[in-house]
Design a protein around this ligand. Sequence first.
Ligand code: PRX
Length: 638
Amino acid sequence: MTGFSEFSRRSLDDREGFWSEQARLIDWKTPPVQVLDYSNPPFARWFVGGTTNLCHNAVDRHLKDRADQAALIFVSTETNEETTYTFRQLHAEVQRMAAALKDLGVQKGDRVLIYMPMIAEAAFAMLACTRIGALHSVVFGGFASVSLASRIDDATPKVIVSADAGSRSGKVVEYKPLLDAAIDLANHKPTAVLLVDRKLAAMKIVAGRDQLWGDLRQKHLNSTVECEWVDATHPSYTLYTSGTTGKPKGVQRDTGGYAVALAASMKHIFCAPLQGASGPAGETYFCTSDIGWVVGHSYIIYGPLIAGMATIMYEGLPTRPDAGVWWSLVEKYKVTVMFSAPTAVRVLKKQDPAFLKKYDLSSLRALFLAGEPLDEPTARWISESLGVPIIDNYWQTESGWPILTIANGVEKAPSKFGSPGVPMYGYDVKLIDENTGDELEGPDQKGVVAIEGPMPPGFMQTVWRDDARFVSTYWKSIPGKLVYNTFDWGVRDKDGYFFILGRTDDVINVAGHRLGTREIEESISSHPNVAEVAVVGVADALKGQVAMAFVVPKNAAVVADAAGALKLEGEIMKQVDGQLGAVARPARVRFVTVLPKTRSGKLLRRAIQAVCEGRDAGDLTTIEDPTALQQIRDVVAR
Ligand code: PRX
C-alpha cells in the first residue's frame, strides 16, 4: 500500500483520476461524462453530465441490503422520546414528507426553509427536499426573528417547515411566534408553512397558509414519490453563514460532488479506524451537532446515511439527566464513531468523571472534534478517559468536509496537540503573507490559510444568487492571486502540521457556533439609546470565545450609576435575544464615551480584543483618540 502523501499527491496531480475512483462510492442514474470542468475558475463543476440524487444515495439504495436495519435513531432527553426508524421506515416517512411538499406546490429548484428543533421530522424534510430536487435551507433553531427574516428574504422559499416548539433544559422554547414575526418582517412571503405539532406549545394557525404535518402525513400515508434524478451540478441546498458584513452568505452546494465527497470522507476519514471488509454499514454514528450547522448536514444526516450507517439525532443537553447521557447512548446503540465539539467536552470535563466509567464504551473506535480550536488539556482529558483516538479536524461551512485532519484511511499518522493535522486529499493548502500575497514556504511562519483552486468535490459552488460576491469575498481578497481565503490565521511546522490561530475577519466562534460580530453590532445599534457599538470576541475558558459589546450611549446620563448601566445592559441583551437569538447575546455590555478608531473612522477591533485579553494592543499610531483604549481597559478591569 502506498502512503498518505502519495495518495494525497495523486488527488492533486491527477484530480480527475482520483475523484472518478471516489465517484464509484455512490449510485449514479447516468455516469458523469466529464469528471471536472474548471474552464471558468474559480467555479469548479464536478461530475458534469452525471445524474444522481442525494436522497437515493442516503436512503433508497440501502433498501436492497438493509431495509430493516436502523437508519435514524431519534433521542430526546427533553421530551423523553426515543424512536428508531429503519431504512424502510425512513423511506416511507421521507416519501410522505415529499408528497406533502409537492402538495404545497414545491417543485424542483424551489427552496424550502427548515426552521426546526432536532426532531426526526427535520431529517425527513431535508431528505424530502433533495428527493424532489428542491433546495433546503436549514436555519439554526437558536436564531430569532430578524436573523430568520433576512434568510427568508435571501432564500425566497416557497414553503417553510417548522414546529410549535423546541425544548432546552426542560423549558419549552417556542418557534412558531418567532417564525410568524419573521414572516411579518420579511418582504418575501412563503405560500405555505408546514408545521409539526409536538404539543409543546399552542400555535396560532394562519388560515390558508399554515398546514399541519399530522394532517398531510395522514393524507399521504401511502404515497410514493420517486427520486428526481438531477444533474450532479444541481444545487442540493443553501446554508447561511456569517462573514465580514452583516449580511449572511448563502453557501450553495451541489449534488453529485457533495455525495461523492461525503462518501469518500466516511471511508477515508471518519470510518478509517473501523474499515472492515464490508465497510462501516450497519454500525452507528453519533454526531452531537445540530442540523442548523454544516456539521449536522454532513455528519448527522447525509454522510452516515450514505455510508449505510445508523445515525443518532439527539435533542437535549450533554448533562441532562446527567453527564452520562451520551455515553449511555454509546453503550445502548453500540456507537462506533462519535463527532462533537471541544466546548461539549469542556462542559463534560467539569462533571464527575465517574460517568465515563459507568457505561460499556468498548464499541467506540474514535471521537472526532471540530468547529473550534481543541486545547491540550481538553484533548488529554478526553483521550485518557475514553482510551480511543481523539481526532481534531478543521473545516468550514464552505468546504462541507474536513480540510485538515490526521485520519486519512491510508496510514496511521501521529497527532500533535494543538494541531488539527495536515491537508486532506483534494486540498492544496497554502500559507500566504497577508500583505504581499506571497506564499510562505518555510516552517513556523504565520500567514493566512489559503487553498489553491480547483476546490475538491463537496466544496461550495458559489454564494446563492451572488457569483460576484463568491469571487470577491473568497477569491480576490489576497492581493494579486486567485486563491481561496479561509479567513483563518495559521502556522505550519517543519513536519507539515498546521496550527489554526483564529480568524482574520470579524467572525467569532462561541461554543463552536460561528457568528458575525457585524450582525450583533447591527442588532445592538437599533436600540434607541445606542449611538455607537463595537463587538469583539474575547477568549473564554469554556466557550472558546464570547462576544463583548462596547457601547456609546446616546444619553450618557442613563448609565451614570451602576443600576442604570445594568438596566441598559439588560435591555440590549434582551434585544439581541429577540432579534438574533440567545446564541448571539454578548456576555457583557460595557459603556464608554468614545470607541477606539483610526483617524479615518475605522473601528480598531483587533486592538479592543487585545486589550480585553490582556495582550499588547499593537501599533496604535493611527488611533484618533488614545484615551479611548484606556476607557476600554478601565471598564474591562471593573
Ligand atoms: O475558524 C475556523 C473554526 O471554525 C471556522 C468554521 O466554522 P463553520 O463554518 O461553522 O464550520 C465548522 C465546521 C467544522 C473555521 O474557519 N474551526 C473549525 N474547525 C476548527 C476550527 N478552528 C480550529 N480548529 C478546528 N478543528
